[in-house]
Write a protein that binds this ligand. Structure first.
Ligand code: FAD
Length: 401
């Protein structure tokens, strides 16, 4: 083989990199190390919360990657020796590499909310990594009485999927409107604004009475005391900056940082995220290790699956070029974030990015945002739901197929 590549994490970034590297140069030996047998996509997991889809519809396995000749190892990476170029696992295995790609996603800053930690999160789920907690939260919402209150606490910036918490609020509202119409959703936010703010609040107004006395959704901004300080799991009470609130179902999404291995391998800086060269995504802290996806500092790209997939293709092309002694190609990147408000209303924000002067830049005039409501928009909004579902089918095939 021309070289050995070890990939840490078989999520969106890692799996895409593995597949595209093998397609570009089948003489490269590619190993993906991932602890889970199945991957549940976070995208469309909010539709599991509303009951619009089943958890099994967002579950994928690694047979597709194996079909591309990728060596998939079910284990957890505990360390990377950048000097010796060796990846070590919990299972006691060692893997030698020429180049390593790290895409571990996010971890939570458990110390930022009193009374909330990894074990409490089993009963009061964050559901910010899809899987068993998605199912727990769905069951709690289903079991809630009509007239109950769901508290959703979005995280501070930066975090995985900027519009995600607000799509989640919309999806839960859709379920409650049709099944438990006396219920409320209280959003306790540390921020004063969020992604697609105008479009979300207009959508909440249209579908869920937002802004009226009878609104299903109440959003408390950071300036109005929305920041959650602590949680009492027993009484299901949340202490926010000014007041405390009692909920029937609590969804607390803590502040985030790069996945643990980024710290253990010395790839993250004081910001909690990993600085990388913007052309090849090689770490600025250790050579021959590349970091992509949510864990990396990729500004102005948002932390999204679409971004991770796009970065993975650039990274695969760069690593293949480096292993072949070629010059690395000029990156072109793209992102779209769809948000589904209800089965006939979705919206999106899109952007194309290029590379120059050591930076990723938004390409002027590219991309755009779904327009606000007028007499003719509903047909387009309905079409956006179709686009979102079609994107889901395409990207999951692209990553795992
Ligand atoms: P991940 O996909 O999380 O993959 C990381 C993988 O690494 C995991 O499989 C993990 O098990 C593994 N791993 C971690 N540590 C180790 C280790 N030490 N050893 C081995 N393996 C390890 N994005 C969109 O583009 N569109 C959307 O509509 C969208 N909706 C979302 C909705 C919600 C509710 C949420 C929470 C997220 C959403 N996202 C969306 C964001 C998207 O899921 C993430 O940005 C994307 O998964 C990032 O890919 P990644 O490769 O960085 O991390």
């Amino acid at each position: 083989p021309k070289g050995k590549v070890v990939i840490v994490g078989g999520g969106i970034g890692g799996a895409t990199t593995a597949k595209y590297m093998r397609m570009a140069d089948p003489s490269i030996e590619v190993t993906v190390i991932e602890p889970n047998e199945h991957y549940h996509t976070c995208f469309m997991s909010n539709e599991v919360l509303s009951g619009e889809r089943d958890i099994d519809s967002i579950r994928f396995d690694y047979s597709g990657l194996k079909g591309h000749g990728v060596n998939v190892v079910q284990d957890y990476v505990t360390g990377i020796d950048a000097e010796k170029k060796v990846v070590k696992t919990r299972g006691g295995q060692s893997f030698q590499y020429d180049r390593c790609v790290v895409s571990p996603g996010v971890d939570f800053r458990w110390d930022t909310i009193g009374g909330y930690d990894e074990s409490v999160a089993e009963q009061i789920p964050h559901a910010w990594k899809a899987g068993s907690q998605t199912v727990t939260l769905r069951k709690q919402i289903e079991a809630m009485k009509d007239g109950g209150t769901v508290i959703v606490a979005p995280p501070p910036n930066p975090f995985r999927c900027p519009p995600g918490p607000y799509e989640r609020v919309s999806q839960i509202a859709w379920y409650l409107k049709n099944n438990k119409p006396k219920s409320k959703i209280l959003v306790l936010d540390p921020k004063d604004k969020f992604s697609k703010f105008g479009l979300f609040t207009a959508g909440w107004k249209k579908h869920y009475g937002y802004g009226s006395d009878n609104s299903m959704i109440e959003w408390v901004s950071g300036a109005n005391g929305g920041k959650v300080e602590s949680v009492d799991a027993k009484s299901r009470t949340v202490q926010a900056a000014v007041e405390s609130f009692k909920g029937d179902v609590l969804n607390i999404i803590p502040a985030q940082k790069a996945g643990k291995i980024a710290f253990d391998a010395g790839l993250a800086n004081d910001s909690g995220w990993c600085p990388v060269d913007m052309k090849t995504f090689e770490s600025k802290q250790h050579s021959n290790i590349h970091v992509i996806g949510d864990a990396a500092i990729m500004s102005p790209m948002p932390k999204s699956g679409y971004s991770a997939n796009s970065q993975a293709k650039v990274c695969a092309a760069a690593v293949v070029a480096l292993l072949n002694g070629d010059s690395t190609p000029q990156p072109s990147l793209v992102n779209t974030c769809y948000s589904i408000l209800m089965p006939e209303d979705a919206m999106s924000v899109a952007m194309v990015y290029n590379y120059s002067d050591g930076k990723i830049n938004k390409v002027a005039g590219s991309g755009g945002l779904t327009p606000g409501y007028d007499d003719t928009t509903m047909e387009m909004r309905k079409r956006e739901v179709g686009f979102a579902h079609s994107w889901f089918n395409n990207i999951t095939k692209d990553v795992f197929g």
